[in-house]
Each structure stands twice: as structure tokens, then as C-alpha cells.
Design a protein around this ligand. Structure first.
Ligand SMILES: [Zn+2]
Length: 102
């Protein structure tokens, strides 16, 4: 993960200070102490992509029509592309820490 604040690339294990704010996971850059979160937009791409893979796969079990199965396969393929896009574009964005107890 690359810190957008100091441009230092750190391994995931390097982030020792982690705190949860509701559903949001916040991490602190080990180099410049800037608090960061994973860009929520790319997270949406990932979730939407995985949903598009899973749903057509499930529906395929109940449908015998070959044409519908083909369409569902194409949708699942698009979902896979979306998920890969989300994973590749995952980045950290700087935030203000939610609680400042040090
Ligand atoms: Zn940093």
C-alpha cells in the first residue's frame, strides 16, 4: 500500500496502528503518521463485481435456457472485470483521525 501523504510504499504488516470507526477501517502510516483509509469507491467496485459474479452463477442453477445462460455468463464476466478493476485500483486516501486519544 502506498501512502498518498509521503509516497512511501509499506507492506500491509507495517501498519501497526489500526482503529475501527464503525464499518470504516483506519490505518496509520508508519512513516509519516498520517491516518489513512482504503478508498471507498474502489471497495464499491469490488463488492459490485463480486455480486455480479455470484448472482448469475446462482441463477444459472435454476435456468435451463441456453441463451439466458450465455447472457448470465457475460454478466458474470463483466463482474469479474469490475472486481479486478476494484482490486487493482485499491488505494489509500488520507483522513482526519476519528478519535484523537493518544
Ligand atoms: Zn506516509
Amino acid at each position: 500500500m502506498k501512502c498518498p501523504s509521503c509516497n512511501t510504499v509499506s507492506k500491509n504488516k507495517a501498519f501497526k496502528n489500526i482503529q475501527k470507526d464503525g464499518k470504516r477501517l483506519e490505518v496509520q502510516c508508519p512513516n509519516c503518521d498520517q491516518w489513512l483509509i482504503i478508498d471507498p469507491t474502489t471497495m464499491k467496485f469490488k463488492f459490485a463485481g463480486f455480486a455480479l459474479i455470484l448472482l448469475p452463477s446462482l441463477i444459472n442453477f435454476f435456468i435451463d435456457d441456453v441463451h439466458y445462460r450465455l447472457i448470465l455468463s457475460v454478466i458474470a464476466l463483466l463482474g469479474a472485470c469490475l472486481a479486478v478493476y476494484g482490486v487493482v485500483r485499491t488505494k489509500l486516501i488520507p483522513i482526519e483521525p476519528s478519535n484523537k486519544n493518544k
